[in-house]
Design a protein around this ligand. Structure first.
Ligand SMILES: [Ca+2]
Length: 268
């Protein structure tokens, strides 16, 4: 929690927590019950406020800021004996009130609650809504989602389920990556190689009807034409990738994504 919780923090300081590893703990799960820091800058970087996770093992985790209540992340602690994890919040300036309340769960090695390797987020339900970090109301001339993202969200495949359907939570709740030059607001969704030059989400073998090879990358202001992607590729994963350049994304005030997945049962 922030020091003055439930009141906010207003100023410049660093708050740091070190979590020592015990031999039987392999992962941490952080649940952001509350998380409000300053918005990222015009390049999508957390230059005013930042939440950082430092660890000596596993993948590098993205630096977070903005609004991330109800999000969660998993942190790999490795199997060794001495891999402490350091969590820190750094804030700069007094123009806003920050607040955070983060639950830390230690997950024992070989426990059923462990996320698969390489999964920074992990969902275990037939259906859920997944949002990009700092998802929220459109800010004119700014992208809401963060730059330099490279992580994977994993979904446990339920027994007797064969496919996964991704759809936007709201008609306009997908705007991630700019496949075109200039203003793309009206140009809809792109897939495959058209998404190579900017940010995209990755769903292996995704297509509107779930038949055929499909595409692996999706971007723009819609999910394909129908705001729906179906994939039969297992395990069910959502890869999130953004580059360092947010010029086009800010120009189009891109918000990131809020998508619902629904697992589809196998048809006999
Ligand atoms: Ca970009």
């Amino acid at each position: 929690m922030n020091p003055q919780y439930p009141n906010g923090e207003n100023g410049t300081y660093t708050c740091q927590v070190t979590i020592e590893k015990t031999p039987n703990v392999c992962q941490l799960r952080l649940d952001f019950d509350e998380f409000k820091l300053a918005q990222p800058d015009e390049n999508g970087l957390c230059t005013t406020d930042s939440f950082m996770v430092r660890t000596t093992v596993g993948e590098r985790l993205p630096i977070l800021c903005g609004d991330n209540a109800k999000q969660h992340i998993y942190i790999d602690m490795g199997r060794g004996s001495a891999n402490p994890v350091v969590l820190s919040v750094v804030s700069n300036g007094d123009r806003m009130s920050r607040k955070w309340k983060i639950r830390i769960n230690m997950i024992p090695c070989n426990n059923i609650d462990m996320a698969p390797s390489g999964c920074m987020q992990y969902y275990r339900s037939p259906s859920a809504v997944i949002k990009s970090f700092n998802y929220g109301a459109r800010i004119e001339g700014r992208a809401r989602y963060l730059s330099n993202l490279r992580y994977t969200t994993c979904i446990r495949v339920e027994e007797n389920f064969c496919a996964i359907k991704w759809e936007t939570e709201q008609p306009n709740s997908f705007s991630f990556g700019s496949p075109f030059e200039g203003n793309v607001t009206e140009l809809g969704g792109s897939a495959g190689g058209l998404c190579n030059n900017d940010d995209f989400i990755g769903v292996d073998q995704g297509s509107a009807d779930g038949v055929g090879p499909g595409e692996d990358r999706f971007c723009g202001t819609r999910l394909l034409d129908s705001n729906t992607i179906i994939s039969r590729s297992k395990p069910f994963q959502l890869k999130v990738r953004s580059n360092v350049d947010q010029t086009q994304n800010a120009l189009n005030s891109q918000i990131g994504f809020a998508m619902r997945y629904v697992q589809l049962p196998c048809v006999m």
